[in-house]
Design a protein around this ligand. Structure first.
Ligand SMILES: *Cc1c(COP(=O)(O)O)cnc(C)c1O
Length: 350
């Protein structure tokens, strides 16, 4: 067996949800954003764990993801669909009791015509210009929408991971001005917004990445551990090269381990430049090019090469390896491939 093992710590997910929940007062609900297969960690165990931790509302990106989520949340948990009500979604939305967050006047009209009486939220754009109705667009459908009683009015912050960024207070003012008189439950904050403070919390917070151990929730417990099996170890003489393009050359005698893992597992080519893996607490450099299924590591400093090397874990989290590859933790987590064995550690409940 040479597939790499992705261990997912359910107790850490639970503790991160509760940690984030403790930032907001009891009358503010903490939901859980689980789009993209729960940030790559798998829906079933992740959703059950978050539900046991206390989450009652969940957000996914697509109606299809919502129908997958509903299998593991068969009760009255609310599942919001952030892409809203797309053409052809009515059946999925109604069969799975999903709550679309309507993003445009066209979606609002479609929803009210095709699924009258079916719950929905609305997203207002307060400056990010990605999803949501602008104020003029909302004004056009405001009356029809409000009569149908949306369950949530929300918006999304563009720069919440930079607390000093002027966009934050600008979007906050826009959001307040647009929603203060609607009489609806309101939501503005994702993980970054929760950390900006109570003004940003409103009635419901929508953390995602922080639950799974990523920045900007620096206090997060690490959730994922990725172990790569070592397939073989070879001794190189000074001047010998490693891998495709002979991209790395030993300038002294070296010991190189070939480990199982590559692009197909979400290990990026860009990690070949500054990436490291760990043998217990000893860091070993990735050398040469990462290939599709393999990577090569300088293990010259190890007395004994272990059977697996750790790419993600307590010594190096998703954000550190992301930094080495010039990306962010979100991309690392959601990119971990389906070929990795997902092993869940800890109990779902408690
Ligand atoms: C992805 C997303 C979230 C969660 O964001 P994190 O930064 O992962 O906490 C919340 N709201 C919306 C609209 C999103 O798209």
């Amino acid at each position: 067996m040479v597939a790499s093992n992705l261990t997912i710590d359910l107790a850490a997910i639970r503790s991160n949800w509760r940690g984030i929940d403790s930032y907001s007062p009891a009358n503010c609900e903490t939901a859980a954003v689980v789009k993209a297969n729960a940030y790559g960690l798998g829906m079933e165990k992740t959703l059950r764990t978050l539900k046991c931790a206390g989450a009652k509302s969940f957000f996914v990106a697509l109606a299809e993801e919502g129908s997958e989520a509903r299998k593991f949340l068969p009760g009255n948990e609310e599942i919001f669909v952030l892409s809203g009500h797309m053409e052809g979604d009515s059946g999925l939305l109604s069969r799975n009791r999903l709550t679309p967050v309507l993003n445009s006047a066209a979606q609002a009209i479609r929803h009210l015509e095709q699924l009258p009486g079916h719950p929905f939220g609305v997203q207002l754009d307060t400056g990010m210009n990605r999803l949501g109705m602008g104020m003029n667009e909302f004004a056009d459908v405001r009356e029809r929408v409000l009569i149908a009683k949306p369950v949530l009015a929300m918006s999304h912050l563009a720069c919440a991971d930079e607390p000093e960024h002027p966009m934050n207070s600008r979007q906050l003012s826009e959001f307040k001005a647009a929603t203060f008189d609607l009489g609806l439950r309101r939501s503005l904050a994702a993980t970054g917004g929760v950390l900006l403070g109570p003004e940003y919390h409103f009635d419901l917070c929508r953390p995602g990445i922080g639950l799974f151990g990523g920045l900007p929730y620096a206090a997060a417990e690490p959730v994922v551990h990725l172990e790569l099996p070592v397939i073989q170890v070879r001794e190189l003489r000074s001047g010998e090269s490693v891998g495709y393009g002979a991209a790395w050359t030993a300038d002294a005698p070296a010991k190189i381990a070939t480990a199982s893992g590559g692009y197909a597992d979400g290990i990026l080519r860009a990690m070949g430049r500054r990436g490291r893996v760990f043998a217990k607490d000893i860091a070993c450099k990735i050398v040469g090019r990462v290939s599709m299924d393999l990577l090569t590591i300088d293990v010259s400093d190890l007395e004994e090469v272990p059977s697996t090397l750790q790419l993600l874990g307590d010594h190096q989290g998703v954000d550190e390896i992301a930094e080495a590859a010039g990306t962010i933790g979100y991309e690392i987590l959601t990119g971990i491939g389906i070929r990795c064995n997902r092993i869940y550690r800890g109990e779902i409940g408690n």
